[in-house]
Design a protein around this ligand. Sequence first.
Ligand SMILES: N[C@@H](CCC(=O)N[C@@H](CS)C(=O)NCC(=O)O)C(=O)O
Length: 200
Amino acid sequence: MILYYANTSPYARKARIALREAGLEARIEEVFQNPFEESPALAVANPLGKVPCLVTREGRALYDSPVICAYLAALAPEAGLIPDGGRRWQVLTGEALADGILDAAFALVMERRRPVQERSAAWMARWEGAIARATLAAEADRAPFDGPISVAQIALGAALGYLDFRLHDLAWREDAPGLAAWYSTFSQRLSMLATRPPEG
Ligand SMILES: N[C@@H](CCC(=O)N[C@@H](CS)C(=O)NCC(=O)O)C(=O)O
C-alpha cells in the first residue's frame, strides 16, 4: 500500500501517526507528494488533489484522513484506535472536534498568506474563535481523549502540533492548561516524534 503525504500537512501527519500506532509501518510505503505542485500520481489517486491519500494493494484510493484512519483501525483491530460500543461515538466525535480545529487552523494559515488587502478579517476572527472554543471544549471535557490511544487522541495531537507549527501567536495553552499538559506527554510518543514537521 502507498500513503501519499506531505511533511507539512497536519492531515497527512494524522494518518502517519495512525499507521504507526496501528503497527502497520511495514505494510505501507509513505510517498512524499506536494499537493500544491503538479502531481499526476496524486491527481490520479485523489481527484481532489489532496493529501493524505492511501492506495490499497488492490489499487483502491482512500481519502480523506478520517476514512484512512478508520481503514487502518480496521486493519489492526488489536490497536483499538476506534473502540466498540458507546465509546465509539464519543471517540469519533472527539476526532471530529480535533479535525475541526485543523480545518479552522489550516484555513487561517492560508488566509494569512494572502496579500494583506485581500484578507478577510471577519473570516480570520471566525476561525480563531472556532479554534479557541474547540480547545476550551477539549479542556472542559477530556472524556473523548482519555484512555488508550484512539483516533481522537491522534487527531488532537496532529491539530495541536499544527498550532505550534504555524500559529504560535494563538497561545491556546493559557486557557487550556490540562490540554497543554496532555499534549506535552502525547507529543513525546514515537509516532509523534517520527512525524514532526520540518523546522522553520
Ligand atoms: N479533510 C481532508 C483535508 C485534506 C487537506 O486539505 N489537505 C491539504 C494539505 S494540509 C491539501 O492537500 N491541500 C491541497 C489543496 O487544497 O489543493 C482530510 O482530513 O484529509
